[in-house]
Design a binder for this molecule. Structure first.
Ligand SMILES: Cc1ncc(COP(=O)(O)O)c(C=O)c1O
Length: 377
């Protein structure tokens, strides 16, 4: 299998897997128990908290473990029901775990404004400034987009949030392990993470909450995670998240170089063989290794089937909308026509991909495109 869909999920790192397997075998205590077995499990959870905190430059007190990125986003947004200022500002290219929640919250009189993006998928901080109202309580803008990889100007947005004394959350799910993250430098108040996007296990995530920000739980009924996330902790998963965060931070610059090289190789060689290809996203500042490309005249679902038949995994739009044939709202928001939208695929490389694999991908894609064109005649 040639796996080029790392933005959907990553294979678990072997060190992370062996850690989890070992822990699930040996560390069976409940972290809330006061006996030795419980204390051992608690120690595992707290070690992981330190690891993720170190990876994003915060203190471990500022980390809450969740059941993934979607839950972390939900926790932030559902807290709006307790806040005095009930208006949220977000962008048109956020993940559904933001936009769908905001639609739900409308029923509870939490209003929102969606700011547009330009053709590269960039939010203009001035649009955020203009959208601030007296009752704006939260700005939520992702650090980088999952479909086109565009990195958003978080530092500028943070200044605006600060000026208006508005909380600033960012969905950082796609970024950990690909670009450095320093929550202090970025100036965010909250940031969401998901282990399975950085070679950790699925179903476990984290939320950075800057010290001093009052929060109430989404899942109530226990004092775990400072009473912000009830339920016996997923000890193995949390340990896996911590270990993965440490590993990807350690190898960040190497992996970044590899991903950039693979991306450049693909774009250079593919463009030599195919004309009229459109690369979407912001060339100057995007996630390394994520390539969103539109191939005019080639329906992405057909191309995906051809590649799948050759045991190659890429995706059309985001994983969350895979399987549907409706145009991606992200590409739509960037002004891409519905026709081109449905001719767009996302290739996302990972740490284990090789230059030979990229050549093989280009070869199979070229063959598939020729077949699709021939069949269309
Ligand atoms: C930007 C972004 N946010 C949130 C999520 C959801 O994360 P999880 O799968 O951990 O719920 C994803 C996953 O696709 C994502 O890409």
């Amino acid at each position: 299998m040639l796996y080029f869909d790392h933005s959907a999920t990553t294979p678990i790192h072997p060190d992370v897997l062996s850690l989890i397997n070992g822990l699930n075998q040996d560390i069976y205590g409940n972290p809330s128990s006061i006996h030795a077995a419980g204390r051992k499990a608690k120690h595992v959870v707290e070690t992981a908290r330190k690891q993720i905190a170190a990876a994003i430059n915060c203190t471990s007190k500022e980390i809450i473990f969740t059941g993934g990125g979607s839950e972390a986003n939900n926790l932030v947004l559902w807290n709006m029901i307790y806040r005095n200022r009930k208006h949220v500002i977000t962008s048109a290219i956020e993940h559904p775990a933001i936009l769908a929640v905001l639609r739900q919250l409308e029923h509870l009189a939490i209003t929102h404004t969606i700011v547009p993006v330009n053709k590269y998928g960039c939010v203009n901080p001035e649009d955020i400034d203009s959208a601030i109202k007296d009752d704006t309580g939260l700005i939520t803008i992702m650090l980088a987009n999952n479909e086109v990889g565009t990195v958003e100007p978080l530092q500028d947005i943070a200044k605006i949030a600060k000026k208006h004394n508005v909380l600033f959350h960012s969905d950082g799910v796609q970024v950990l392990g690909k670009l450095p993250i320093d929550v202090q430098k970025l100036g965010v108040d909250m940031m969401s993470f998901s282990a399975h996007k950085f070679y950790g296990p699925k179903g476990v995530g984290a939320l950075y909450i800057k010290e001093g920000i009052a929060m109430k739980p989404l899942i109530a009924g226990g004092s775990q995670e400072k009473s912000l996330r009830a339920g016996t902790e997923n000890v193995g998963g949390i340990a896996g998240l911590g270990c993965a965060a440490e590993l990807v931070t350690k190898f960040l610059s190497d992996v970044g170089r590899t991903l950039t090289a693979l991306e450049t190789q693909f774009k250079t060689k593919f463009s030599e063989q195919h004309t009229n290809i459109i690369y979407n996203g912001f060339e100057d500042n995007h996630l390394p290794g994520l390539i969103s490309l539109t191939i005019p005249g080639i329906a992405s679902d057909l191309l995906l089937i051809h590649l799948d038949n050759e045991d190659i995994a890429v995706s059309s739009g985001s994983a969350c909308s895979a399987g549907t044939i409706s145009p991606s709202p992200v590409l739509k928001a960037m002004g891409i026509s519905d026709k081109q939208n449905l001719e767009t695929i996302r290739i996302s490389a990972g740490r284990d991909n090789t230059s030979t694999e990229v050549d093989q991908l280009i070869k199979v894609m070229t063959h598939a495109i020729a077949t699709i064109r021939r069949n269309a005649r």
